[in-house]
Design a protein around this ligand. Structure first.
Ligand code: HEC
Length: 340
């Protein structure tokens, strides 16, 4: 049995290493120890430096505690240890002499890094207003030409290699805008506008998350950033600008009317009379890969499940159970599936 022990320990370590390696290979979605964008590339060396210094401090302090305890250990009753013999003053002086320059260097390094990331390297052409809601994200793409402004939700598209400015506003409680592999966190505080920026180095899908506890469904307040090559982004933008298609048959008109009757109080579908703002803009719902802020995949099955009982999918979400009849559910789902 005893000879098995080193083998068992080694197997467990090998298993842990394997799990860790496959987790990294799978592209841990919320990894902040990697840089997929310019802001994180600036922050990352500082983060690694601070981590190295912190580990060194823990190791040195633990070593001093162990060595000090071993040197000062005396057999016999405690009363035999003479009082006042402690060399602690010398140790405090040495500690201050070593730690002060290190801490000062870190303050300077941190300040330089913060100044470098305060603004993007070039003036952004695109500004997106982010509105944090319990528990979803509204994105309003601003433009000096009002006809080019549009709104979408939960899935953000940005052109790759270009900085994008984000004006962060909150409508209810404090949220935090965080896309770990692209940039650090910025608070979203109701009543004020905080500003940040993102730039992705290469096309891809980057996961973000509200990182300020904001209530029951905080963990399901996910945002997805899709970095597109400029031409793909432009096509996406043009598609988002379009209003929903006008229904071409009586059936389709009835589907739309049922949606407006039951859902328009809270949702907007541009090109129809639906103009509510309590919930996400649904004009191009089917262009998104998930619904309910990254909680469910966006396909007809989950869409039906969500519409018929959102509370069973995301308990506490601010969309009430609509109590639809079977035919109403079918009509509304058919209408939603046209929102490409
Ligand atoms: C009282 C307001 C309200 C009503 C009425 C309402 N919704 Fe919602 N809806 C919301 C809110 C709020 C959310 C966001 C929930 C979340 O993700 O936390 C939402 C989310 C959604 C989503 C997911 C959108 C996305 O991109 O994540 C769909 C689809 C949707 N609603 C469809 C409907 C339909 C269809 C109806 C009518 C049967 C309806 N809603 C009625 C408030 C409402």
């Amino acid at each position: 049995m005893t000879s098995m022990r080193p083998f068992t320990v080694l197997s467990v370590l090998a298993l842990c290493a394997g799990v860790a390696r496959s987790a990294c290979a799978a592209g841990y979605p919320m990894g902040y120890l990697k840089a997929d964008g310019r802001m994180n590339a600036t922050i990352l060396p500082l983060m690694q430096g601070l981590l190295a210094v912190s580990i060194a401090v823990v190791v040195i302090v633990l070593a001093l505690v162990v060595v000090g305890a071993a040197l000062r250990f005396r057999p016999g009753p405690l009363a035999d240890v003479p009082i006042g013999e402690s060399p602690s003053t010398a140790w405090i002086t040495i500690g201050l002499a070593v730690s002060t320059p290190v801490l000062l260097a870190l303050v300077v390094w941190t300040s330089i890094t913060m100044a470098r990331i305060a603004n993007p390297p070039t003036e952004p052409d695109l500004t997106v207003e982010v509105r944090g809601h319990q528990w979803w994200w509204a994105f309003i793409y601003h433009n000096h030409d009002p006809s080019q402004i549009f709104e979408t939700a939960n899935e953000l598209h940005i052109p790759v290699g270009k900085p994008v400015r984000f004006d962060l506003t909150g409508v209810d409680v404090i949220h935090t805008f965080w896309v770990p592999s692209l940039a650090g966190k910025t608070q979203i505080i109701p009543g004020q506008t905080n500003v940040t920026w993102l730039e992705a180095d290469r096309p891809g899908v980057y996961r973000g998350q509200c990182s300020q506890f904001c209530g029951e469904q905080h963990a399901h307040m996910i945002l997805t950033v899709v970095a597109d090559p400029p031409d793909v982004y432009e096509r996406w933008r043009e598609a988002q600008l379009r209003a929903a298609a006008t229904p071409s048959s009586d059936e389709a008109r009835l589907d739309e009317a049922t949606f407006i009757e039951r859902c328009a109080a809270c949702h907007t579908v541009r090109g129809t009379r639906a103009d509510g703002h309590m919930g996400p803009d649904l004009t191009h719902l089917m262009s998104r890969s998930t619904i309910a802020a990254g909680t469910l995949p966006n396909n007809p099955g989950y869409l039906s499940a969500w519409i018929s009982d959102p509370q069973s999918q995301k308990p506490g979400a601010l969309m009430p159970r609509p109590e639809l009849s079977g035919p109403e559910l079918n009509r509304i789902r058919s209408f939603l599936l046209t929102l490409k």
